[in-house]
Design a protein around this ligand. Structure first.
Ligand code: GLU
Ligand code: MG
Length: 442
């Protein structure tokens, strides 16, 4: 029986590889996102798909303790030259890449050589948190919105024009259309694309996905597709939190809503803001733990150049209804909440999982949201400023028993080591130097 089913799987995979090849796919990129937020890849020819699906592809665990500058550090559980992991493609997510002819992409789950899941696998962490929610009968719809800055190879702005300016869309008409087209060809549902506040800055949002893993997969695909379309137009895309410190940065806000079966817990009748008690408690849990979550969602020293008041980056630990200066913005009309203080240097699996862990803790504690904040939160009591440095956020992360338990020691320790190393690498650097060093890493 066993051998028979293995043979059937093998032949299904051969047929899948043949289909992909017939559709023009020659090479498959297998990616995972490290704790510094960089998407790392191995690639293999399409006809090796059955082999790779059965045995995985090798890759050193040391990338879990790489900084964004490719400096390898060490944590209590990870580091050094020894050992190897197996990366397995998630074939349900495999998709031909619209802006890289001949290529397909699939996210990886990471395992030890003996087949045990790798304790520090970020994608698995996100799945475990989704499972925890599911065990309580809860599901989440989640989606990241992507902001980026695009420049010509010589660094100049390819599409001058004001914030939200149609002039910028006209100047980059083919580009904006090709980004939209490529994402749609890849099966993503594009909601909207627009020019953002800073020169050369754009934003695209895609429909929310079922749960943290799918949301994170989506944003990885969005980002790498935008990067590839940009290159085909002779442009360079940067997702770095701070392209230039004196300007609005690139955020990567997390949108989410909580559901129990078919019941949308953000559209509860007879409540002030549509929040059922569980959704209220979930958001209260997230809000309460934002200082620690910031080390996950704003993980680079450059993140703190972006986290400046009056830039709609949500630097105050408060919530508000449609308040763009609050870290948590409730959007009752759309039935969801947006956590604004995060950026694209974050590992989206780690971040989505950590936010779910915090929200579930809020439910367990029967937490309640405080009063919402209206207007600019600066100086308001009850609207504390979130950590101003990576060191400060990392201190909260290190002390968070909740995140340590949810992630497990190996993952929590690796994240901590990377944060400490990044903070150390940039200690004493000027904002300009930090932005310059990180601009093209993300
Ligand atoms: N670019 C802003 C940020 O850093 C967000 C602007 C907005 O979309 O509200 O998060
Ligand atoms: Mg935006």
């Amino acid at each position: 029986m066993e051998a028979g089913s293995a043979a059937a799987t093998r032949s299904r995979l051969r047929a899948r590889a043949a289909d992909l090849a017939a559709g023009g796919v020659e090479v498959i990129a297998l990616t995972f996102v490290d704790n510094a937020g960089l998407t790392r890849a191995k690639t293999f020819p399409v006809d090796r798909l059955p082999e790779v699906a059965a045995h995985g592809v090798g890759m050193s665990p040391s990338f879990d303790v790489y900084t964004s500058a490719d400096r390898m550090v060490a944590s209590p559980h990870v580091g050094g030259p020894d050992g190897d992991l197996r990366l397995f493609p998630d074939l349900d997510r495999l998709v031909p890449l619209a802006a890289q002819p001949g290529w397909a992409w699939t996210p990886a789950d990471r395992f030890e050589q003996d087949g045990r899941p790798w304790a520090a696998c970020q994608r698995r962490f996100a799945r475990r948190m989704a499972d925890r929610a599911a065990a309580l009968g809860l599901t989440l719809r989640m989606g990241y919105e992507t902001e980026w800055t695009v420049v010509r190879e010589d660094g100049t702005d390819p599409g001058p024009g004001p914030a939200y300016g149609m002039a910028r869309i006209v100047a980059l008409s083919d580009y904006a259309r090709d980004v939209t087209r490529a994402l749609r060809e890849e099966g993503l549902s594009v909601l909207q694309l627009h020019p953002e506040y800073a020169p050369g800055q754009f934003e695209v949002s895609t429909a929310p996905a079922d749960g943290p893993v799918a949301a994170a997969d989506d944003v990885v695909l969005v980002r790498e597709t935008v990067r590839a379309v940009s290159a085909r137009h002779g442009l360079r895309a940067s997702f770095a939190p701070s392209f230039t410190p004196d300007r609005v940065g690139n955020g990567c806000h997390l949108h989410l809503s909580l559901h129990r079966g078919d019941t949308d817990l953000h559209r509860a009748p007879d409540t002030a803001y549509g929040l059922a008690p569980e959704a209220d408690a979930f958001l209260a849990g997230v809000l309460d733990r934002l200082p620690a979550l910031l080390a996950v969602g704003a993980p680079s020293p450059a993140s703190y150049l972006r986290l400046v008041p009056s830039r709609w980056a949500g630097v105050h630990q408060c919530w508000g209804v449609e308040n763009r200066e609050a870290a948590v913005r409730l959007v009752p009309g759309d039935g969801h909440a947006e956590v604004k203080c995060f950026d694209a240097a974050a590992n989206p699996y780690l971040l989505a999982g950590a936010v779910v862990a915090a929200g579930l803790a809020g439910i367990a504690d029967r937490a309640e949201l405080p009063e919402p904040v209206t207007g600019d939160p600066v100086g308001l009591p009850g609207a504390r400023r979130l950590p101003r440095t990576l060191d400060e956020a990392t201190g909260h992360f290190e002390a968070s028993a909740l995140l340590r338990e949810a992630m497990g020691e190996a993952l929590h320790g690796a994240v901590l080591a990377v944060r400490r190393a990044e903070a150390e690498d940039f200690a004493g650097s000027s904002p300009g130097d930090i932005a310059a060093a990180t601009r093209w890493r993300y």
